[in-house]
Structure formats: C-alpha cells, structure tokens
Design a protein around this ligand. Structure first.
Ligand SMILES: [Zn+2]
Length: 276
C-alpha cells in the first residue's frame, strides 16, 4: 500500500513529468475489480476529462490529488499497486483500473492490488469526501509539532484504550502512515506495538514523535520504500528494518531474534529486547 512517503514521491514525479499534458482520452479499467471505487461511469469519465490539462498534484495523507484543468480533480486514494507513466509507443500493463491517454502519445495507468479510490470530482468538491474532509494534521506539515502530537495523545486518552500501533494505523489519527512505516517507527522509538498510550512517559512521547517525523522524512529522501515502485516502475531505496524478511533474524541493534505477531489487522515485527 502506498503511504504518505510514496504518494509524495509520485506527486513530485507527476509534477515533473505529467503537468501540462493534455488528456486525449480517460478510460476506466479493463479489468473488473470489486474494490476499486469509481464515482463516474466510463463514458462520463471520458467526456469530463477530454481536453483537460494536468495540473500540479498534491498529497493529503494517503490521498493523491491530480488536477485536470480546468474544473476537475482526479483523486487516487488508499491505493496499493502501481501508478505508472508510459512514454509514447511503450507497452501497457495487461490489467489496469485507470488509463489516461495524452495527446502526445504518452499515457499513465493505475492498477491497484487490494482496493483504492479512483474518482473524479469537480475541483474543490473532493475536500468534502469522506476521509479527506476533516483530515487531521499529517507528519509532513509544519503544524505537526510535538505540542500538537502530545495534545492529540492527551485527547485520545479521554476515549477508548489505544496502543502505539493503534495511534499510527487506526482511524487516520496520524494520516498518511500505515502498517509498513509503523513497524520501523516503533522500532526506532523503542516501543512495542501493543504498548498502551496511557503508559508513555514524556520522554517516550518525544521518542515516538521524533521517530515518526524522522522515518517519514527518511523514506521520502530515499525515494519511497523498496517494496513499492515509482511513476517509472522503479523501486524506492528505503529498505524496511522491520518486515517479513527481518522475522527470526537478529535485531540490528542488539542481536535478539526479531519476533512476529498479528495485531490490529496486520503483521507486526519487533525486537522483544529493544522495544518496551
Ligand atoms: Zn533489539
């Protein structure tokens, strides 16, 4: 699944490669997929995007917004899979869920593996969409300060019991993160995924905050995770510390065997000695 860093890389590449291109034909997918959310029929999508010019894309959490100017915004949300650019006369993937052909012969396809939204809104209306509307501050924004982060935890402590992993992956409390980056964030913060937020000392809140900001920045600086590909089909350079390959191997810090457990809808990998 794309998370905030991968979408950030894709937006940058779209802004260098696709901005200014005129849409010749926008097509919905050639492969039915139950969990792709469209808000337009194929004919309508084609009609509304024809002749539109790609504008400067931006990211909000796990949502990528690509203007089709004038008047519309293409919204790609919560996707895992591939968002690819194809120069003129190059081969397309066999299956795709969106294909935008440009007048210069190049095109772009979007293929998702699990699910994802591929919707076209009148510009500005996407801000009213569920999950975008009322989105909390994301870790790449200036407003994501330690003061904000600590107040968020205080606020959550008034409600249901939450763990560190829950903070990172549930209910878009910190939008843009997901199960992949959460593992490394927790390892670097030396906190277990099940650790209750209510137990964190001020120092541990600082460690967690620093780890979120630093990990997100590092993944972006390295061009995204190496288990995802960019607009040109190239894997990112960030190698996760804690993933399925790490399970059973020695911890990079202390040598203890890395353990795996299922928790909150996904596998967790952690060091039972370094993380408390
Ligand atoms: Zn360790």
């Amino acid at each position: 699944m794309f998370e905030l860093p991968e979408y950030t890389i894709l937006a940058r590449q779209i802004n260098k490669t696709l901005v200014g291109k005129t849409v010749k034909k926008g097509n919905l997918g050639n492969s039915p997929h139950k969990f792709v959310w469209y808000n337009r029929k194929h004919e309508e999508f084609t009609k509304l995007t024809r002749g539109k010019v790609i504008g400067k894309a931006w990211v909000q959490g796990r949502w990528l917004i690509v203007p089709c100017e004038p008047g519309y915004n293409l919204v790609l949300g919560e996707c895992g899979g591939k968002i690819l650019y194809h120069p003129a006369d190059s081969e397309l993937p066999e299956k795709y869920h969106l294909w935008i052909e440009f007048e210069d012969g190049s095109s772009s396809t979007i293929t998702t593996q699990m699910w994802g939204a591929m919707e076209l809104f009148e510009a500005g209306k996407e801000q009213e969409r569920q999950y975008i509307k009322g989105m909390r501050v994301t870790p790449v924004e200036k407003a994501f300060t330690f003061k904000y982060f600590s107040a968020l935890i205080d606020d959550l402590l008034k409600g249901e019991k939450r763990s560190t992993k829950g903070l990172l992956t549930q209910d878009q409390l910190i939008p843009g993160l997901g199960n992949a980056s959460a593992q490394d964030i927790l390892f670097r913060a030396h906190l277990l995924p099940r650790r209750a937020l209510s137990d964190l000392s001020t120092g541990q809140r600082h460690d967690l905050y620093d780890s979120i900001v630093d990990t997100v920045r590092e993944i972006i600086d390295q061009g995204g995770r190496n288990d995802e590909v960019d607009l040109f089909g190239k894997p990112g350079g960030y190698v996760r510390l804690m993933d399925s390959k790490a399970a059973g191997k020695p911890c990079p810090e202390c040598g203890t065997k890395i353990q795996k457990m299922q928790y909150l809808g996904g596998a967790c990998y952690f060091c039972p000695k370094c993380q408390v």
